[in-house]
Design a protein around this ligand. Structure first.
Ligand SMILES: *Cc1c(COP(=O)(O)O)cnc(C)c1O
Length: 367
């Protein structure tokens, strides 16, 4: 096939070797135990505790349900300070749990919640802060947690982008009260669909178990009106396989990212995010800001599209501009987020993206 005819997707799911997965699911066939916290589930959960370096973890069928579940498990009521520069899931989880999102602006440098703008939004109804480690960039953790302590607020991170990230030598899931990870097919690490909550206090575990399994405590005991958020054995088997390769996956993403940096760094009007000190990054996305460039973000998007190169305006629109929220919220209150959302584009990034494709993509951007 001609190189120019090949469509380059914005992401591509990482998958184990077919035989490796077959071998892993053999036991599931033999045991006929398909879900409800079977052997694969327990094994995967233990491996994650170790890999993420966290004290506690509970698995879920997807990241969104994990996020809703942790909000529910803490019994939160009132207002939650959060960012509009995220995937709709973050805002939906807050709203679906009967809470009110209060949108705080982001920092231009790293697109995470601006800690200097949080305190002005705290009221006597505020119960939690829900920041997002956008593109795997850790939030301003110390500043956020200092504020949370001062005002007795929960801190729950949306760490959907941050699998494998560590900060100051600790797994990113060690910070705050709890963190949600997504193992969706498009993320750095996947279990097809899947997710987890990591948390500080082990007492949260039984509550999360209630939320994710109908509140069932025994054959005749149901003590909580829970839902169904269980990860099944096939998802866990996928996790076990993918976890074996995640480090090399991230290493290959790093090589691709560094090639982009080499090609695009220092160009007038193109801004790249810098990896912060003390961070082991996961190279989950490659965002580029077209800020004063000779072409607008939308023009670059269209031109790449004409060349069969898929990119994503991620995140655009902001969640406070979505049809379901724009009547209630005003994006004028988050000007930095609005500015970035109008100019950002995430470029194709996955482990086996060819470096010559990176060069071709950058060539088109540079004309
Ligand atoms: C993917 C994602 C989610 C939702 O996770 P799912 O596993 O797809 O349910 C939530 N927040 C952010 C920022 C995400 O990128």
């Amino acid at each position: 096939m001609d190189k120019m005819d090949k469509t380059i997707p914005v992401t591509r799911s990482s998958m184990p070797d077919f035989q490796e997965y077959m071998k892993e699911i053999r036991d599931i066939w033999d045991s006929k135990w398909l879900t409800n916290m079977g052997i694969k589930h327990q094994q995967f959960e233990n491996q994650l505790l170790d890999y993420l370096g966290v004290p506690n973890v509970t698995l879920f069928n997807n990241g969104h349900y994990a996020l809703e579940s942790v909000l529910e498990a803490y019994g939160l009521m009132g207002e939650v300070i959060t960012t509009p520069f995220t995937f709709s899931s973050t805002t939906h989880a807050i709203v679906r749990k009967g809470l009110k999102p209060v949108f705080c602006d982001i920092k231009f440098e790293d697109c995470t919640l601006d800690p200097d703008k949080i305190e002005a939004l705290i009221t006597d109804r505020t119960c939690a802060i829900l920041p997002v480690h956008v593109y795997g960039n850790p939030c301003h953790i110390e500043a956020i947690e200092k504020l949370a302590k001062k005002h007795s607020l929960r801190v729950i991170y949306d760490a959907a982008h941050a699998f494998g990230v560590s900060y100051k030598g600790n797994g990113i899931g060690c910070y705050g009260d709890a963190s949600m990870f997504s193992f969706h097919a498009t993320k750095v690490f996947n279990t097809i669909e899947g997710g987890a909550v990591t948390y500080k206090e082990s007492s949260l575990g039984p509550i999360l178990d209630n939320v994710k399994n109908f509140g069932i405590k025994g054959p005749e005991t149901v003590e909580y009106s829970g839902g169904n958020g269980k990860m099944n054995e096939f998802q866990a088997a996928m996790g076990i396989c993918n976890l074996r390769h995640v480090e090399s996956e991230i290493a290959r993403r790093k090589i691709v990212s560094e090639r982009y940096v080499a090609q695009l760094e220092g160009i007038e009007g193109i801004k790249l995010t810098k990896i912060k000190r003390d961070v082991n990054h996961n190279y989950s996305y490659f965002p580029v800001l077209f800020d004063g460039y000779k072409k607008s973000r939308d023009e670059v998007f269209e031109e790449l599209c004409r060349n069969a190169i898929m990119t994503r305006k991620y995140f655009y629109p902001l969640t406070n501009r979505l049809a379901c929220y724009k009547e209630t919220y005003r994006s004028e209150t988050t000007p930095v987020a609005t500015y970035v959302a109008d100019r950002v584009l995430t470029l194709p990034l996955y482990a086996d993206l060819e470096l010559e494709d990176v060069d071709r993509i950058c060539g088109i951007i540079k004309n």
